[in-house]
Design a protein around this ligand. Structure first.
Ligand code: AMP
Ligand code: ZN
Length: 669
């Protein structure tokens, strides 16, 4: 029986691995996401029931979960060098001359051109075909061990295929494709948070997130370009790329071999424009001497190989006129200055507006209305102004004075200590804030109110029917019917939709309130932990940050929100209308005791007295809380047989009490 189960688990792992490979490395899925999920769930269940067959490289672990408090510093066995840059034909030809000087005029040199992927470099060690360790570049000699995070990136193979060397390091770049980056930013903006600046910094920041489950959610990819090791069994760079591809790594096909620098330059020029069609960001071409033997002869300078060079693309920059600056007001009141430009073409699109970010950046640029400005469209999706052509400054240019009052409601703008953005404090009387808040409240992930959209909300607001989200619950059909574009049916739909929203679960209501930094996940965590709105409001700062994943920023924002009397009135009204402000009783485990109240638990290793699931239910039934990883917030780690990294981490932290299964049961008796 147990052999059969083990076999089944192994087969499922193999199968899922192959599907991951098809999907993430070859971009060619053979089954639907739905079918994949079913198989994954099946494997998850089997693994949960049979922890004795644990494998740290199982596809189920791609979702992350392990938490790293501090990343260990590790030495690179082979140093990670930087690359020298060139910016024009002459510099590239100079490099060629140096090559021939070392290798001899008769040398037969072949060049390999690859794109220079713009992300965060990583070195991943494989031993006997299994991923062992992933280290950031750091200073080139040593970097941070980010293995748990790298393992969640689906295009990174956990196990290799084919005929690979016993032991080697492979190097590549962790990147965030534009599409995924944009999605992440849309979510940020929807939550009233500052969007990420560019894909590259976001990718490199992702590697250092403490919660690997958070990393797993980000659509990161790993593109590989270099092997390091003692017995690789390859002779050339080009061959190494092909081999790595055959072992299951994602190695972009856009690489080519050339005999002359003029051919290399043709490749560079071609990709200088074609790169804009790629789904990810590149900032140049890397040119490498193909032969390993020649590479060895050429060697390294103190910081870079002599056998390779980067040719940097110019960020596309154009000059145009800054005609005016307008200010946008977001749902949270944050002000964004926007440059209105004389229309201009960049990278194939017409640009009329560019972000000016905030007052500090405007000051730094020293830009005036009427100035000729340089506009760049780089990794950022929104173009930005990077400089001023002072030679063209017109005599009548107007100094730019940052808005002092809200363009929408005229209220004096404020700026909080330590924050770059100005904001309009008139939460209750500023149209875009009111409409934006209601729009957020009714959105699908929040109260999901049918029949209402942005335009209708604006219409209701303009006709003085709503001033905040609570007013929705006072709406009457007779008031709506006479409005533009409205009729009996549409009015009735709105009333019905609003009524139905009273059944929407508390966590969505909490999210819908639009408290800064309280996104969907945070709302869920808060509700699970505190269970009622009263408990959340009464929670002190210390109690808030005790909760898994609630940090200082979120705690401060919550406290500030509940301290405001306007918000209290609003909450009272919503409660009176019958919205959900506590966790549904059916979801609450009936408390059997309060023996574990205020205590946090995590289970690891093979459990014999109960399953992990049973254990977690016991914790909840006795008033305790389950955590997902070893952090300072963890009180007890219950360790079964063969407990591994979590146990080691808990012991290292020193603040976690390690219990046996029996000791855990004793806590409740
Ligand atoms: P720099 O960061 O300017 O010193 O450039 C060197 C870095 O470029 C390397 O450390 C790699 O992380 C990165 N890089 C991106 N694509 C490639 C590639 N195809 N070959 C080598 N290095 C690359
Ligand atoms: Zn305003």
């Amino acid at each position: 029986m147990s052999i059969e189960i083990e076999k089944k688990i192994q087969n499922l792992r193999k199968e899922l691995q192959e599907h991951n490979y098809n999907y993430y490395v070859l971009d060619n899925p053979l089954i639907s996401d739905f079918e994949f999920d079913i198989k994954l769930k099946e494997l998850q269940q089997l693994e949960e029931d049979h922890p004795e067959f644990y494998d740290e490289n199982s596809p189920t672990l791609r979702v992350g979960g392990a938490v790293t408090d501090k990343f260990n510093t590790v030495r690179h066995e082979f140093r990670m060098y930087s690359l020298d840059n060139t910016y024009n034909k002459e510099e590239l030809e100079d490099w060629e001359k140096r090559l021939y000087k070392v290798l001899g005029e008769e040398a037969d040199i072949e060049y390999v051109c690859e794109l220079k992927y713009d992300g965060a470099s990583i070195s991943i060690r494989y031993e006997n075909g299994v991923l062992k360790q992933a280290i950031t570049r750091g200073d080139g000699f040593q970097g941070d061990d980010v293995t748990t995070n790298i393992k969640t990136i689906k295009s990174v193979p956990l196990k290799l295929k084919g005929n690979y060397p016993d032991k080697f390091d492979i190097r590549g770049e962790i990147i965030l494709p534009f599409e995924g980056f944009q999605k992440m930013n849309e979510e940020k903006i929807a939550n009233g948070e500052e969007p990420y600046a560019n894909p590259r910094n976001t990718a490199s920041g992702s590697l250092k997130l403490q919660d690997s489950a958070e990393v797993a959610k980000r659509p990161l990819e790993c593109l590989l370009y270099f092997l390091a090791g003692d017995y690789l069994g390859v002779e050339t760079q080009f061959e190494s790329l092909e081999k790595a591809r055959s072992w299951g790594f994602k190695v972009p096909k856009i690489s080519a071999k050339f005999k002359t620098i003029s051919e290399v330059l043709k490749f560079v020029n071609e990709w200088d424009t074609k790169r804009f069609e790629l789904p990810y960001e590149t900032d140049g071409v890397v040119i490498k001497v193909n032969s390993y033997q020649q590479q060895e002869e050429l060697g390294y300078t103190s910081k870079a190989p002599r056998w390779a060079v980067a040719y940097k693309f110019k960020a596309e920059q154009v000059e145009t006129i800054l005609e005016s600056v307008t200010y946008q007001v977001g749902r949270t009141g944050a002000i964004t200055p926007v440059a209105n430009l004389q229309a201009v073409q960049i990278a194939g699109t017409t640009v009329r507006r560019a972000s000016l970010h905030n007052a500090d950046i405007i000051d730094k640029l020293g830009v005036r209305i009427g100035d000729a400005v340089y506009v760049e469209k780089g990794g950022e999706i929104i173009p930005k102004i990077v400089g001023v052509n002072l030679e063209k400054r017109p005599k009548n240019s107007i100094e730019l004075e940052y808005a002092t009052h809200c363009p929408e409601c005229g209220t004096e703008l404020m700026r909080k200590e330590g924050e770059a953005a100005h904001y309009c404090p008139n939460e209750e009387g500023c149209a875009p804030q009111i409409v934006g808040k209601v729009e957020h409240f009714i959105s699908r992930k929040a109260l999901d109110i049918d029949g209402l959209g942005g335009e209708t909300i604006e219409l209701l607001y303009k006709n003085n029917l709503i001033h905040n989200v609570a007013d929705l619950y006072e709406l009457k059909a007779e008031q709506i019917i006479p409005l533009e574009r409205m009729a009996e049916k549409s009015a009735q739909n709105i009333i019905e939709g609003v009524k139905a929203s009273k059944k929407i679960p508390f966590e969505k209501v909490l999210y819908g309130l639009g408290i800064r930094f309280v996104g969907e996940t945070v709302a869920k965590k808060l509700v699970k932990h505190f269970k009622t709105i009263d408990a959340i409001q009464k929670a002190t700062y210390d109690e808030l940050i005790e909760v898994d994943d609630i940090g200082t920023r979120i705690a401060e924002s919550l406290i500030e929100y509940f301290e405001d009397e306007k918000h209290q009135t609003l909450l009272n009204r919503l409660q009176n209308y019958g919205l959900q402000f506590k966790l549904n009783e059916e979801d609450l485990p009936t408390l059997e005791s309060t023996a574990l109240e205020g205590k946090t638990f995590l289970f690891t290793g093979k459990l014999t007295l109960f399953t992990r699931n049973e254990a977690q239910i016991m914790v909840e039934k006795h008033g305790g809380t389950n955590l997902s990883g070893v952090t300072k917030k963890l009180n007890y780690l219950v360790a079964g047989e063969k407990a591994g990294s979590k146990l080691a981490k808990a012991e290292k932290l020193g603040t976690v009490e390690v219990l046996s299964e029996q000791q855990f049961l004793d806590l409740m008796n």
